[in-house]
Ligand binder design. Structure first.
Ligand SMILES: *Cc1c(COP(=O)(O)O)cnc(C)c1O
Length: 355
């Protein structure tokens, strides 16, 4: 605290990201990063953009990221004016709060979800109500069909890992013609259906995606949104009132190359999905209850062991998982799917505590 702080800063509760331990080779299963590297074409594209002397770095990047947006639009069969890009999907979400979700009526989002949502709501002074997920952690669409200033869900949801089918997303969007429905698809490529096909039909649907998870580019900070051109225009108006150049040259080139190598992306997702099923089975064998996951992480609880203590014991072995001290999920660990070797290191360690 300082007397120089603004009122808003004095009352903020910032989001706390997963720890980045300064260790040489930690088993890092706490931030849902991809255990596999991005496509080799990404590295080539960055080198090409940089050139021998770094000459290009003198110049500002394309503020509209036109080539990247065109590549992504072609990938999804939509047009470039239906694509917005930002500095990570966290920034895209932040702009959506200001541009599309700040109205007189409170917005709705689940009680268990990405903890950045309440953080942004407080930062931008957006009124919100949380809606409980059911006992099995599923989002019930019927609970979101009353009056609201907007709806925000993650599909698949985090940190539960549970997904809604496309038909349920359509029911949610069709049932809210008066407000914007934002669907955060950060994990969609690991086992859920994207709602991108619905944006042509519904002018109130905004889909948010990221290259951080399935495309292994968390370090480049590129997030995207897809929706009707009027929604994208609103995001651009906020962006151009805040930072015209959110994506640097290297990030634009890297993300574009990642979208151009679809085979690499799909192979990497398939490996993660196979490891997720193997990890889930291994945890179940040790007596954990595992929530069925459509993501690159699992949420697991042990009936006889305190989740916070397990996370601390694992940390002593340089194995990092996430424990949220939050209502309804404080008995759970959120474990990112690593390589099979990393998952085995985790299971071996857990076996000595719970076995
Ligand atoms: C990881 C994550 C994001 C943020 O991704 P960035 O693009 O890296 O900012 C957004 N939403 C959810 C639900 C996530 O888990």
């Amino acid at each position: 605290m300082s007397r120089y702080w603004s009122d808003i800063v004095q009352h903020l509760t910032p989001y706390v990201p997963g720890e980045q331990p300064p260790l040489v080779n930690p088993v890092k299963l706490n931030a849902n990063e991809n255990p596999y590297p991005p496509s080799p074409r990404v590295v080539e594209a960055i080198r090409r953009e940089l050139g021998d002397s770094g000459e290009t770095l003198r110049l500002y990047p394309d503020s509209t990221a036109r080539k990247l947006r065109e590549t992504v639009a072609a990938h999804h069969g939509i047009s470039a004016d239906q694509v917005f890009v930002g500095n990570g999907s966290d920034e895209v979400l932040a702009h959506a709060f200001q541009a599309l979700l700040k109205h007189d009526t409170p917005i709705l989002f689940p009680d268990i979800t990405y903890s950045f949502y309440p953080t942004y709501a407080r930062l931008y002074d957006v009124a919100y109500q949380t809606v409980p997920v059911d006992e099995a952690f599923a989002i019930r669409v019927d609970d979101y069909l009353g009056p609201n200033g907007g709806v925000l869900i993650a599909n698949p949801n985090a940190p539960t890992g549970r997904a809604l089918p496309l038909s349920e997303i359509e029911r949610l969007v069709a049932g809210n013609p008066e407000s914007v429905v934002v669907v955060d698809e950060a994990y969609v490529d690991f086992g859920a259906q994207s709602a991108v096909s619905l944006i042509a039909k519904y002018a109130n649907l905004l889909i948010v995606q990221t290259v951080s998870k399935a495309r292994s580019l968390a370090g480049m900070r590129v997030g995207l949104a897809f929706g009707d051109a009027t929604l994208i225009d609103a995001l651009n108006r906020v962006k151009d009132s805040f930072n015209s150049y959110p994506l640097d040259r290297l990030a634009q080139a890297a993300a574009q190359a990642a979208y151009e190598d679809d085979a690499w992306f799909r192979a990497s997702c398939a490996k993660v999905i196979a490891s997720r099923e193997r990890l889930s089975a291994g945890l179940a064998e040790l007596g954990f209850g595992v929530v069925p996951s459509a993501t690159n992480f699992v949420l697991a609880t042990h009936p006889a062991h305190d989740a916070g203590q397990l996370a601390t014991r694992l940390r002593e072995r340089e194995i990092f998982v996430r424990h949220f001290k939050l209502p309804r999920i404080d008995a759970y660990l959120r474990i990112t799917v690593g390589t099979d070797a990393q998952c085995d290191a985790l299971l071996d360690a857990l076996r000595t505590y719970v076995g």
